[in-house]
Design a protein around this ligand. Structure first.
Ligand SMILES: Nc1ncnc2c1ncn2[C@@H]1O[C@H](COP(=O)(O)OP(=O)(O)OP(=O)(O)O)[C@@H](O)[C@H]1O
Length: 249
């Protein structure tokens, strides 16, 4: 479980996050949604420690990140897996080298153990035996899977995905969402997904936080989306034609 309290962040005189609080639960995908430029990625970067918030607290289960000493911060970081927007694989490295990267950087594991971990992660994302392929030789969907394998190779307790479906067709997007859901439930990890894909919201939105201009305006799940009476949230959700039809019945 991750709990955030009153997170604020400005760049210069531009206030991007205006005091966001909430809980991301273990064992289910927690979605952060909202329009472009509303602060989703900045919030994600604050949570994982890539950006220091100006105010607020971030709790990773029993640990508090914001005031933690170096050892605790390192311990928390070791438990974090991140799927970056666009996949962000190293083009010059093989699939195996890409997935092994966090183990090379964060651990002193013997090579054989690292390889076992890599093979097990590749198997979990359905890419067993693809070790020697280069990123350019595999499809966009497979590249995302490699990114996910890299994010879970360290047995992460916390998985963060920034726009996991960007650049993918709707069918492949659903497969990636299903994979994220399956890994989250099977390993009982805390997963946070930033997205503006309504298909993901309706597919895996077990817990949803809606951001609007740096504030949390709505919270719920895919089953109570229709009951919202927050105008900005409705405008976001029902901008999608299919959703509008559903609302009209
Ligand atoms: N390092 C930075 N310095 C200054 N401004 C920044 C920085 N990072 C983000 N911003 C600004 O913060 C605002 C929110 O950006 P953010 O990337 O969080 O939006 P988003 O909701 O993730 O959008 P999208 O869905 O398009 O990715 C934007 O106006 C952006 O220009």
């Amino acid at each position: 479980m991750i709990k955030i309290e009153n997170i604020k962040k400005s760049f210069g005189d531009k206030e991007i996050l205006k005091g966001i609080s909430g809980v991301f639960e273990r064992g289910k995908p927690n979605l952060i949604i909202g329009s472009s430029g509303t602060g989703k990625s900045v919030l994600l970067k604050c949570i994982v420690g890539l950006i220091a918030p100006d105010e607020g607290h971030i709790h990773y289960d029993e640990h508090e990140l914001t005031n933690a000493n170096r050892d605790t911060k390192t311990e928390i970081r070791r438990q974090i897996g991140m799927l970056f927007q666009g996949g962000a694989l190293f083009d010059s490295k093989t699939v195996e080298q890409n997935v092994m990267f966090p183990l090379d950087v964060l651990t002193k594991m013997p090579k054989g153990e690292k390889l076992d971990r890599v093979n097990s992660a590749l198997e979990r994302v359905g890419l067993a035996g693809q070790n020697q392929k280069m990123p350019s030789e595999i499809s966009g969907g497979m590249q995302k899977r490699v990114g996910i394998a890299r994010a879970i190779v360290n047995d992460s307790n916390y998985l963060f995905c920034d726009e996991p479906n960007s650049g993918l067709d709707p069918q492949t997007s659903i497969l990636i969402d299903d994979l994220i859901l399956e890994l989250t439930e099977e390993s009982n990890i805390t997963t946070v997904v930033v997205t503006h894909d309504m298909n993901s919201v309706m597919g895996i939105g077990e817990k949803i936080m809606f951001l609007y201009k740096g504030k949390k305006l709505w919270e719920g799940n895919k089953n109570n989306i229709m009951d919202s009476n927050v105008k900005e949230f409705d405008d976001f959700v029902f901008a999608n034609k299919v959703m509008r039809k559903l609302k009209k019945g």
